[in-house]
Design a protein around this ligand. Structure first.
Ligand SMILES: Nc1ncnc2[nH]cnc12
Length: 443
């Protein structure tokens, strides 16, 4: 009987996801889905925390984060049949909360409006096929530099959330009080993740968040609100964005930044994960790329409307791919698990910033790994990659990193007589950023 059911499931899943053609089966795909889910579930704890710094309601953002991750991942699985999950992007959420809303003293509703317009631009670039052109034109050094820079910036946020790195008027940054509870538990969380992950335990991040939160509770620093509950209302974030107020010339640079960063963040991840699954060619193109690009850009528009910062395909999907996930069934499994997670909102409210800090630092480790594939002996490759990667944490801005990298690439190639290697889209983006800097500097 059980065999009949699994054969029937295999039949349905086989028809929808073409498992045999991809050399996989239902069991492998479901394990891969659970694996990817466990490596990225930290986002449902971390995202509400980061967005709450912009004044958003933690509980509502928790539900919206689960919902959009579920919708995006299930969409990717069904429409593009790829083992790639989606969720609100780390880096972009911090950019929204700390740089756009915090740094420019805007309301979160206006900031979210800018994300919405950035997502619309991202969607238009996708349907107009500009994204294909761009993806195929971005040199590897810049793609790697972007991933690494985002990773370093995330790590800086983690180190700051744990109180390990603090501001200093004399030296800009300095070391915090390392014996404080946040520092000790943040550090412990990071090493739990690093050790478990290097031992191949894909639930590493979740385990570390649980252990550090429980320890925080035992030391009297965390209040227990219960485990499961009916989902809290999302009314105070859903559809609350200021679409009209954010569509102004003054917001142009912010909208452009959101669009550009979404574009590079999600495109780079798609190429990277599809490559790891053995689906991509040497130019980074992969089957059903059109569908995948449509799903991530549509999810970004939907996410901003629902009340969370830009959505991206998740680099953590490579964990599921590494245990055999090859089709959309993996992504659908991730999505279903995110739907179930909605009922555990009291847990989200309990997790202190330092408990998630280890996850942020560890994502930094994962995302800087791409640097190893850069030809470091060729300065026309290493200099732009380096500039991209270090400008992001040092300026606390993904956009400045991308801008610096594109400009450095054109300068280095032209300066060494290799200007023919500069592709038109790279030159266009570099010139657009130069114009932006000149405009920014003139007022
Ligand atoms: N910005 C991002 N891009 C890709 N994968 C991520 N995982 C977490 N944040 C991410």
């Amino acid at each position: 009987m059980q065999q009949n059911t699994s054969a029937a499931n295999g039949g349905l899943f086989e028809r929808v996801f073409k498992l045999r053609e991809h050399g996989t089966d239902v069991r492998t795909e479901l394990i891969a889905g659970a694996t990817t889910f466990l490596t990225m579930v930290y986002i449902i704890f971390v995202n509400p925390q980061i967005l709450s710094a912009a004044g958003m309601d933690t509980q509502a953002v928790f539900v919206v984060t689960c919902l959009i991750a579920a919708i995006g991942s299930i969409g990717m699985g069904l429409v593009a049949n790829l083992p790639i999950a989606l969720a609100p992007a780390m880096g972009l959420n911090a950019f929204f909360a700390f740089v756009v809303v915090g740094g420019q003293h805007l309301t979160w509703q206006v900031g979210m409006g800018a994300i919405f317009w950035g997502a619309i631009g991202f969607f238009l670039l996708t349907v107009l096929r500009v994204r294909y052109w761009l993806i195929a034109s971005i040199p590897f050094a810049l793609r790697a530099g972007i991933g690494a820079g985002i990773g370093l910036m995330i790590a800086l946020m983690g180190l700051h959330n744990a109180g390990i790195v603090v501001a200093s008027p004399a030296t800009m940054v300095t070391v915090g009080k390392l014996t404080s509870l946040p520092c000790v538990l943040g550090t412990l969380g990071f090493f739990i993740i690093a050790i478990l992950a290097s031992r191949g335990i894909h639930a590493a991040v979740l385990i570390a968040i649980l252990v550090t939160t429980v320890l925080g509770y035992l030391f009297g620093d965390v209040t227990f609100h219960g485990v499961a509950s009916l989902p809290p209302s999302i009314a105070n974030v859903f559809g609350q964005l200021a679409i009209k107020d954010s569509f102004s010339l003054g917001m142009g640079a912010v909208i452009f930044s959101f669009m550009l960063v979404s574009l590079f963040d999600s495109s780079g991840t798609l190429i990277g994960v599809a490559g790891k699954a053995g689906l991509a060619d040497e130019h980074g193109r992969f089957p059903r790329m059109k569908q995948a690009l449509l799903v991530d850009s549509t999810a970004s528009v939907l996410g901003a409307f629902m009340g969370t910062s830009a959505i991206s395909t998740y680099i953590e999907s490579s964990a599921g791919v590494s245990v055999g996930g090859r089709t959309g069934l993996t992504a659908v499994a991730v999505g279903v698990l995110f739907l179930l997670a909605i009922f555990f909102s009291p847990l989200a409210a309990m997790v202190p910033a330092y408990a998630a800090a280890g996850a942020l630092i560890f994502v930094g480790v994962l995302m800087t790994a791409e640097l190893k594939r850069i030809n470091w002996d060729d300065m026309t490759e290493s200099v732009p990659a380096f500039i991209t990667a270090v400008m992001m944490p040092f300026c606390f801005s993904i956009t400045e990193g991308i801008a610096g990298g594109f400009i450095a690439y054109c300068v280095m190639k032209a300066g060494t007589g290799r200007w023919r290697e500069i592709r038109l889209p790279v030159l266009v983006v570099a010139v657009l950023f130069l114009i932006k800097f000149i405009m920014d500097g003139s007022h």
